[in-house]
Design a protein around this ligand. Structure first.
Ligand code: TYD
Ligand code: MG
Length: 465
């Protein structure tokens, strides 16, 4: 039996330290080291308990072979199925992270109800709420008449014993991993050791029985799953449920998926009767658009396989400060600096005396470089005070030389734009080689200065005619 001695474990990254310190050497976080016992902690795997056991050979097998049942359980909530890559995968563990109150329990209650109605055995274990509270929510969602099996429990061994009874569940939901604790570790619930040990036990259960396990995890203010990021490495998939305060739509974003694409999103709207699917997110993000204002450009973006139109708003105002402000919401601020630098260096547009504010409407977050062109158009439009044409979308990547580079999925972007009544597009030149790309009133500048000249030229054209 290993001697029990204390050690200090970083609650952020899980690194084990022999001595306490204010800062974790491994991840650089302050104040995250907590004293935990080691007799059954992270440092001590099963091997240190049973001293030097002789290995037992396991049967090796082939890649091809029989798979007994349909590998996926489809919920019928298509935005959820899209984010999971076509449904929950049997024998896999999925982590759903999100801020408290964002709607994780609501989403999973609805998913549980939908799956139970389709004849699957679904067990919902809540460690946060009492049975009465969960029932109240289910009533509100109209899910109270469905055969979901419910328990309020936090001990891993008890949960495993419960689900071992009767038919193996198709889906086991654990809300949340931060409340679970196992007898195998003697730290407090919520510590890295407990969360890791409990998650490991649940993942082992999923792999050995073929049940799909969903773990709910809370996220810290910095956007990390609270406590151990280690859990993210252990599970097969990680979904983030996010939304902006004040907006009632929610985005389910795939961050990791061993069985599907990682760039998918599902869009929902929180109503008084739970989450509603939003089949056409573009309409939502373009919702309250006033077309005639300068500084707004519509970006034709892609989220995974799906085109999404969003409005990018820029405000360029004379600055009273020596160092003008640059503020960005919903986009990468270094990317903004790059676009500003290219505009200054290659197009003769000066921003050095101006504050620049950039906002992606509706609290949406863009990660694609294809948004460069829309951002540049919005910036120039705001600086010159000239509104951009209301029926035009923008996409394309800007290189440091000021050239406009082609981006993927031009056809899908154009199609979505057309569907929503945008007749024209400003897009990279070589995307025009694709059928339909060069058609209509599309403008395909090969450099950014051509676009700037066209926007500035609108004033001259207005004056002429
Ligand atoms: P919840 O699912 O409990 O969040 P989480 O599990 O992520 O902490 O959702 C809580 C919020 O959602 C709460 O502020 C109330 C709101 N809500 C609605 O607006 N409509 C509903 O039908 C439900 C069930 C919740
Ligand atoms: Mg909850």
């Amino acid at each position: 039996m290993a001697k029990s001695r204390t050690q200090f474990i970083c609650q952020n990254c899980g690194t084990v330290h022999a001595r306490w310190a204010g800062k974790c050497d491994a991840c650089g976080e302050w104040n995250t080291l907590i004293e935990e016992g080691t007799s059954s902690g992270i440092g001590a795997g099963p091997s240190s308990l049973r001293s030097a056991r002789k290995g037992r050979p396991v049967a090796l097998t082939t890649l091809s072979g029989e798979i007994e049942e349909a590998p996926r359980i489809v919920s019928g909530i298509s935005e959820l199925d899209r984010a999971t890559g076509g449904g929950f995968v049997r024998g896999s563990a999925l982590l759903i992270g999100g801020d408290p109150g964002i709607g994780k329990s609501t989403l999973l209650t609805q998913a549980a109800a939908a799956l139970a109605l389709r004849g699957h055995r679904v067990v919902y274990v809540s460690g946060e709420e009492a049975v009465a509270q969960i029932r109240l929510r289910a009533q509100r969602l109209g899910a109270d008449k469905t055969p979901v099996e419910l328990a309020a429990e936090t001990n891993v061994e008890d949960i495993l014993a419960t689900v071992a009874e009767g038919k193996r569940p198709d889906l086991l939901i654990l809300d949340s991993i931060q409340t679970l604790w196992t007898d195998m570790a003697d730290s407090a619930p919520g510590t890295v050791t407990q969360v890791r040990a409990a998650s490991q036990a649940m993942i082992r259960y999923a792999k050995s029985t073929g049940a799909a396990v969903v773990l709910v995890g809370h996220v810290t203010k910095e956007g990390q799953i609270a406590g151990p990021r280690v859990v993210e490495h252990m599970v097969d998939g990680v979904l983030y449920f996010e939304g902006e305060g004040g907006h009632h739509y929610r985005i389910l974003r795939t961050v990791k998926n061993r069985f599907g694409p990682t760039d998918e999103i599902g869009v929902f709207e929180m109503s008084d009767r739970g989450l509603r699917e939003v089949a056409n997110p573009s309409e939502l993000f373009l919702g309250e658009r006033s077309a005639a204002a300068p500084g707004a450009a519509v970006f034709a973006g892609m989220e995974g396989t799906r085109p999404v139109l969003v409005e990018i708003q820029a405000l360029v105002a004379p600055s009273p400060l020596g160092t003008p402000r640059r503020a960005v919401v919903g986009w990468d601020s270094s990317r903004l600096s790059m676009v500003l630098a290219v505009l200054e260096a290659h197009c003769g547009v000066r921003f050095s005396q101006h504050d620049v504010y950039l906002n992606v409407a509706g609290g949406y977050r863009i990660t694609e470089p294809a948004a460069d062109l829309a951002v540049a158009a919005a910036l120039v439009s705001s600086l010159t005070g000239l509104a951009l044409p209301a029926d035009c979308v923008y996409f394309g990547e800007i290189s440091l030389s000021g050239a406009i580079r082609p981006v993927a999925h031009a056809q899908q972007r154009l199609k979505e734009a057309e569907k929503l009544g945008f007749a024209r597009a400003v897009m990279p030149p070589s995307n025009g080689d694709e059928p339909g790309g060069g058609a209509r009133g599309n403008f395909q500048p090969s450099t950014l200065s051509e676009l700037v000249a066209r926007i500035a030229g609108a004033r001259a054209r207005d004056a002429d005619g």
